[in-house]
Design a protein around this ligand. Structure first.
Ligand code: ZN
Length: 342
């Protein structure tokens, strides 16, 4: 067991004094057996599940969808489970019993469920279950990986809520091992995409930089595959980067100009013609991105860009982007719609 940093231990300690934590379940895959570990009031409960109870193999979904009748998208949930549920409920994506009522619609979560807040695991399990329900109803849930998913996968734990340091201690594991390739949620995460296109709209966490497309290209399926197969190598790549050895691959796919970190869309010097060039390459009309926090959903460059990180991480409010045909709306926490005008 790795030693926690001194400052993190202090945080963990103060957290544990005031709160008994409950967390999980975490389901570990051990030689074909499923072992469930759950924490209730600081006590760990372990049981063996029937192997049929959860899938252990997850296959990537495709990256491009056409003729989807309605789309909802939101981003940067950061462990704010209650607010996330309220937004989905009041915008008629789920009912009061948390069941899918969005029919054949697609719900996109533009990344960053992990870090900051203290209900990350609850949110992940809810998305996991909603995804299965949506498929049964002819719809889909797309959970795209953001920089904070990749950070946990490559063991950069700077933003993990102190609660989870205590969870990891109680389970006698490092935090990243709670989502390793030997867990159900860890395998599920590793099957996810980073960029998708639905109808004429692209979705990704940060944005698409000129630098990225000029070097990587615009084959969405290939980009997702490259990022998926890189995950096992990421820890080492990060070390190489730390030691300042050149690492073009890491910079391209996981650096500041990558899909998951890029903030250029929101800079003053970003031009419509630069955007036009990028969208044309992907044969898309619009792009919805999270990562750069706004008060409400913003539209930029005549509805070409939608900024959909609406500060859910603060735990107070947020908005859902709703798309039907060529109409775009912001759905509020109370379920009120405002049309996003050009
Ligand atoms: Zn982010």
């Amino acid at each position: 067991m790795k030693k926690l940093l001194f400052i993190s231990s202090l945080l963990t300690y103060s957290y544990s004094q005031d709160n008994l934590i409950s967390d999980g379940p975490y389901i570990f895959i051990d030689n074909g057996n499923l072992i469930e570990k759950e924490i209730i009031d600081n006590q760990v409960f372990i049981k063996t599940l029937k192997p049929s109870q959860f899938d252990t193999l997850f296959y990537p979904s495709k990256s491009i969808y056409k003729n989807v009748s309605k789309i909802a998208a939101l981003s940067d949930i950061h462990g704010q489970y209650d607010l996330f549920i309220t937004l989905l409920m009041n915008n008629e994506i789920i009912d009061k019993n948390l069941n899918w009522i969005f029919g054949k619609g697609h719900l996109v979560i533009n990344g960053d469920i992990f870090d900051r807040g203290d209900q990350v695991n609850e949110t992940l399990w809810f998305v996991y279950k909603l995804e299965l329900q949506a498929i049964k109803n002819g719809g889909m849930v797309h959970f795209l990986l953001g920089n904070h998913e990749y950070m946990v996968l490559y063991d950069d734990l700077r933003y993990v809520n102190p609660k989870y340091k205590l969870s990891a201690d109680l389970l006698d594991l490092d935090y990243d091992m709670l989502y390793s390739n030997k867990t159900v949620l860890g395998r599920w995460l590793r099957s996810k995409s980073t960029i998708i296109k639905i109808n004429n709209v692209l979705f990704t966490h940060g944005g698409i930089s000129k630098e990225f497309v000029s070097k990587v290209g615009y084959d969405i399926e290939a980009i997702n595959n490259t990022m998926r197969i890189s995950i096992p190598k990421l820890k080492n790549l990060r070390k190489l980067r730390k030691s300042k050895e050149s690492n073009e691959f890491y910079d391209l796919y996981f650096g500041s100009q990558s899909l998951i970190w890029y903030r250029g869309f929101f800079k003053n010097d970003f031009t419509s013609s630069e955007l036009e060039d990028v969208l044309n390459l992907f044969d898309a009309e619009h792009i919805a991105v999270g990562h750069s926090t706004q008060k409400k959903i913003v539209q930029l460059h005549e509805n070409r860009i939608f900024g959909i990180d609406t500060g859910i991480k603060k735990g107070k409010s947020g908005e859902v982007l709703l798309i039907e045909g060529d109409r775009f709306y912001g759905g509020s926490i109370n379920g009120q719609l405002r049309e996003l005008n050009q």
